[in-house]
Design a protein around this ligand. Structure first.
Ligand code: BV8
Length: 234
């Protein structure tokens, strides 16, 4: 593998699984208990805001009782010690990357710990429930929604992500099923732009065939091993 300077990492629910946060599509996952169309689309929020707010209140509360795992800590170490460019693009809406100490993190699908006011468009840090329609800290309107990108909504940071992919020598996908676009297409963008590609996942993802290399196993094992190997060669 030629000299690696600039790295883009994409993480998904699998990186938080061993912290006790439900993934979406594994057995017992979130989409087994809720239909996406009922809780993760703007139409669902318009149709039944209480159902949607309860779904996100439950998850927002749950993540605050969870801790980063060895995979989050390994990625935070890489963030601190890697001398080239590094961007952790996460599909996750938990804050475990940040709580492990990572700073170069981009939440392309939003964050549980923010509330977004549909009246004044301001996003505010938020840790409590939204079900009782509390007033927006900025404008006072009872118009807050989860600051989470639902299906059919434009993910955040796409320009920054593609700029990083253009500069990337290595694209690493960690703990994602490769089921949701545009994130699932990043590996192909990275390949077309000349980057080497690596998948670290419990099992082959839907896009595993697009990767130059794949290592399968729990994130708390395969991610620290990969980070140690990379930093040793830096
Ligand atoms: C958009 C926030 C356009 C909400 C989420 C047909 C074809 C192509 C695309 C589409 C299509 N029809 C519709 C679309 C678009 C749609 C889409 O891709 N649908 C899919 C289902 C086909 N995408 C969108 O709507 C996106 N927006 O396209 O906008 C647009 C254009 C212009 C203007 C306006 C709009 C928005 C998608 C974002 C939706 N929001 N999350 C919330 O969290 O509630 S998606 C949600 O699922 C997650 O955020 C994540 O991104 C996504 C995938 O989940 P994963 O993270 O991969 O988790 P999953 O459970 O699936 O997999 C876990 C993996 O971990 C597994 O592989 C497992 O093996 C592994 N694992 C488990 N344990 C471990 C482990 N690995 C390691 N260690 C372990 N211990």
């Amino acid at each position: 593998m030629n000299q690696i300077r600039n790295i883009v990492i994409l993480t998904g629910a699998g990186v938080s699984a061993e912290s006790g946060i439900d993934t979406f599509r594994d057995g017992g996952g979130l989409w087994e208990k809720h239909r996406v169309e009922d809780v993760a689309t703007p139409e669902a929020f318009a149709r039944d805001p209480e159902l949607v707010l309860r779904f996100y209140d439950m998850r927002r509360e749950a993540i605050q009782t969870r801790q980063p795992n060895a995979a989050h800590h390994a990625l935070a170490r890489l963030d601190a010690e890697w001398r080239g460019e590094l961007l952790i693009v996460t599909q996750n809406v938990d804050d475990l990357h940040e709580r492990a100490g990572a700073s170069r993190v981009l939440h392309m699908h939003g964050e549980h710990l923010n509330a977004w006011c549909t009246a004044c468009d301001v996003r505010s840090p938020w840790t409590g429930p939204l079900l009782d329609r509390p007033p927006c800290p900025e404008c006072g309107e009872a118009a807050l929604r989860p600051d989470v990108v639902w299906f059919g909504e434009m993910p955040y940071g796409m320009e920054e992500i593609f700029a990083a992919l253009r500069d990337a020598d290595l694209f690493v996908s960690i703990g994602t099923s490769g089921a949701v676009y545009p994130a699932a297409g990043f590996v192909r963008n990275a390949r077309d732009l000349g980057a080497a590609t690596l998948e670290l996942n419990l099992e082959p993802s839907q896009g595993t065939g697009w990767f130059d290399e794949a290592r399968h196993g729990p994130a708390t094992e395969v991610v620290p091993a990969w980070v140690d190997e990379l930093l040793a060669r830096q």
